[in-house]
Design a protein around this ligand. Sequence first.
Ligand code: OGA
Ligand code: NI
Length: 368
Amino acid sequence: MATTAPTGSPPSPPSLTHPPPPRKLTSVKALSESPGLSSIPSIYTFPKQPNHEPVSDTKEPIPTIDFSLLISSNPDERSKTIRELGKACRDWGFFMVTNHGVPERMMKAMIEVCREFFELTEEEKGESEGKHVLDPIRYGTSFNPSVDKILYWRDYLKIFQHPAFHSPSNPPSFREIALDYSKRTRGVMKEIVRGISESLGLEDKYIEKASNLENCLQIMIANLYPPCPQPELAMGLPAHSDHGLLTLLIQNDTVGLQVLHKDKWVNIYPIPNSFLANIGDHIEILSHGKYKSVLHQAVVNDRDVRISIALAHGPAADAAVSPAPMLLEDGQNPLAYRAMKYKEYVELQQSNKLDGKSCLEHIRNRGI
Ligand code: OGA
Ligand code: NI
């Protein structure tokens, strides 16, 4: 399992200096719709990554967890599913979740209303721009244009949805759809986190209590990847791990997400009516590295618009988690990671270049 960015270069130490306000940039959507665009501006040219060979298919399919069995009242079904969940976390860090009970129409409505948001005029979207990385509503392009030397072929909308729910006022139906969807998704997340806790041999509510999940920071990240005339040169979102505990992602039917598995990029094909789940850096911290957050990236194509909506669930903003003492083997130090409040960790990641697992590296205490 790789622990650094696939470029092979050592991660640059992130810092918490406050960058200048982002430059005003054209959205990628507007750029991709400019008449006669046949090549990308050079600032969008992403350097080739020599270290990993992309693969389009793998014989080993990504694991699937049947959520209805995870919450089953039949103890045998439940414990078998928890074992599968543990294996999925260890082997892949990613898994599909089926039979989760969130209505398909709700997932589709969420994707459609995000599409409508991105179709607003630049001026209307600009009202949601946000100034600081911890502002509860932030529309933008690339990842962090004030530090990105290369721009990514992606526009985004990030919204904090729990413990306080926020919504852009436009489109008018956004609020109601997102409120329902974020609640239902939190319910699924909680059960999966309980399962993960048990799969580690911990009490089912261990992670919930340690991270104050009742007040979890839930962030919706809607990503828009418009068609790109030179998809092999551009990048939608570079390799990174997610900062929280568990991300639940839905997408339209366009492929684009790749996961690093056994040192190769694997394309993940959307399965309708399911979530794609992945564990984030805070599960790696809590589990003392027994489960690792996994690098993933989003590539683009020259035909179809791709929309994905990730709901990132982390500890409460003020919680600072540490490895579970019961998971430490003899001689291992509980101070393996410097405790940091989750909101500071999010700020660290969002204020810097998106660079593999550099934030986790930053808080890892070396030599103990
Ligand atoms: C993310 C992410 C991937 C995608 O938003 O953190 O990894 O497929 N998105 O858009
Ligand atoms: Ni991600």
